[in-house]
Structure formats: C-alpha cells, structure tokens
Design a protein around this ligand. Sequence first.
Ligand code: AMP
Length: 418
Amino acid sequence: MALINAPRGTRDILPGESWKWAYIVKTASQTMRDFGFSEIHLPIFEHTELFSRGVGETTDIVEKEMYTFNDRGGRSITLRPEATAGVMRAALENNLCVQGASAKLWNWGPMFRHERPQKGRYRQFYQIDAECLGIAGPRADVEVITLSIELFRRLGLKNLEVVINSVGCEKCRPVYRQKLIDYFSAHKDKLCETCLTRLDRNPLRILDCKQEECGKIADGAPDIFDSLCDECREHFAEVRAGLERLGFTYTLNKRLVRGLDYYTKTAYEILSGDLGAQNAVAGGGRYDNLASAIGGSKVPGVGFACGVDRVMLVMEEQGCSFGKAPSIEVYAAALDDASRGAVQVLTYELRKNNIAAESDTVGKSFKAQMKAAGVCKFACIIGPDELANNVVAVKNLDDGSQEKISREEVVSYLKAKL
Ligand code: AMP
C-alpha cells in the first residue's frame, strides 16, 4: 500500500525549522505586548456566513478559495481563511467594545485557502494577526502600521517597502465604483476574463489585476483620490502625516485595493524585495463596516496580518538570526547496567532545574552514550565507583577535563557552569 502523503499545499514544519518559527512567534508576542495588544485564541472553523458576509461574496476568497463543508449537524462550516472576521465576531459576541470601549487583540495560527500552491503560497499557511477595535481616528491606523514595521525591524528583515492607499468609505466608494464601471466598460474588449466578471460585481479588483493588458488599462483609470469624501481625504492625510512624523518612508499606490471587501479608508501592504511573485509579507487596513456586515453594532477597526511562511522565507534568504538553536546541555551516561537507574534519576533532577539534559533509554553501550554526548557541553558519568562514593564524574566536553563532584552538589555545580 502506498504511503499516504500530506495534502497538496500543506507542509510539515519539522524540528530543524520549528524552533525558528517559535522565535518569530516569540518576537511577535513581545512586540505585541510592548504595543499593548493582548493575545486571544479563536476557533479554526466558523459559520460560513461569517466570511461570506464579512469578507464579501464577490471576493476571490469567498468565491473560490474557502474550505467549506457541512458538519454532521448539517451546518455550513468554513475553515478560517483569514483572522479579522473571527476577531471582530469574538469582540462583538463577548462585548469587548461596548460603550465606546476599545480592544487591541492579536493572535497567530493557521489559515486555509484553496489557492494554487507555489513558493510562498500554501493552502494551509500561518498568520500573525493584530486588530485594534473601537477606534475610528487615524492615530490607530498609524499605530497598527508602526506595529507591523516594528515587528519586521526586530526580526531583522531588510529591503521592505510599505505601500499605502485609501479605498474610501461607504459614502464615497459607490461614486468611485460607478466611475470605474463606466471607464472599464469602454475598454471591455481588452480586459481578461476574470476582470470581465469583476466589472459589475467588484470593479475595484480590476485595478490590481496582474495581467499586462488589464494593467495598462488600469493605468488610465479614474483616480481614487478625486473621489474621496472630505472625511476620507482628511483621515488619509493624517495617516500619512503620522507615518512621516515617525520617520517612515512609504509608497503611495492608488491601485492597491486588497482582496477583501471589508476595507474602508486605509489599505496597506508591506512588500519584500526578496520574494518572487508572492511578495507581500503583511497586509492590512481599516474596516469600519465589518462589524455591521456580520450583524453587530458599529465598531470601527484597523489591523494587519503577516504571513509567517513568507517571513521565514525572507529571513532565511537574508541570513537573519533566529537566536540560539535549542540544544541539550548535559548528557548523563551510565558506565554499566547497574548505574542506568541512577542516571535516569539524575537526568530528571537536572531537567527539574531547567537544565536541558538527555540520557540513554534504549540500552546503548557506554561508548555509544559518550558519542551521543558529543554535542553537549558536559557529560555526567555514573559507574560502580561513583555509586559507591556518592559522586558523579563531570566531564567538560569542550576541554576534556574531568572532576568528581558530590552527588548532592552536581546540579548546583552545573547550573553555575552553564
Ligand atoms: P491577506 O489575509 O490576504 O491580506 O494576507 C495577509 C498576508 O498573509 C499576506 O501578506 C501574506 O504574507 C500571507 N498570505 C496570504 N495568503 C497566503 C498563502 N496562501 N500562503 C502563504 N501566505 C499567505
């Protein structure tokens, strides 16, 4: 029988890599704490309507990419394709933003989208996600963008570009939408098939089509800034001023619309020069209509999601540091079978004292145990003499020196040396 493999678009994160992931998440956790964001844990599956209504019926995610199925009770369930809708649902359901209260929340974990797998694009991928709920003013946008920039600074990523845009609000976007429909309708013959289907349903998405012909036509499309209402225009100006005050450089891209319907006003992405086609390491923006789209009261929000898989790729590519790889510090070895029990007791005592310790559990010869000890800093050797004299022979594996330490003192001796 052939071995069953992992499904296409999924990957196993093996021990050689998993500690690097842990480093990224730990760095994120510290950065979030410094910015006042609290961690939350959310379900990995939600009611399908949360995404169809929240993310938007006409988005690629909802139309083509969701893992949706009926559960045994006949309810339509979807594996979360993104985190924001779930965070907003949780905040509304748990009354975190009542009477003008705000909540700064972060989480990380797997997301699921049925996309065509390629470098940096997977069907199960991981995001670090931060959402600031309940604050309508532009300083919250600046704080969220700053948080994502700071996270990447701490991780040591170089060669990044921050790209920002404003996509308007429910007052001014319909006007812009109509202008786009009028404009693109006049160029129908040159649009790709996907864009033709977007024309009436979601014309803003034509602006970020990757096809060359569509791109050329989009170059001449009406400018969103000419359609922004005063409120959106002012909001965007303040976001830009805030970023400039902090000394950040950014690029304006009026064609950045992002693939999710819930964005209002600010939309942004952080791009890496060291990824291929899938070059966005993070994306986010403001979503003041999401709460009402999923049936809640009006709670504004702004946030971002960073793709951990892509951050990993960039960090490897750029030779960034992941801190110290985990390693065993002490190996306890038994000279003979009669000493194996005492070795196991010592190993547990070392571990209880936060010393990474290992010993043999399969019955290896002393020689084989010492070979395994090769990667450690110290070996603790116990044989008949040591048992009789209640001592342990401690060998420094860096310089080869060895001394006998009393059994009672061996843990504190090693703690001081490590
Ligand atoms: P989005 O939720 O589409 O705004 O994506 C936010 C970030 O998640 C992107 O900038 C990517 O870094 C990452 N991302 C999105 N889709 C995928 C995917 N299929 N595979 C890997 N990373 C992804």
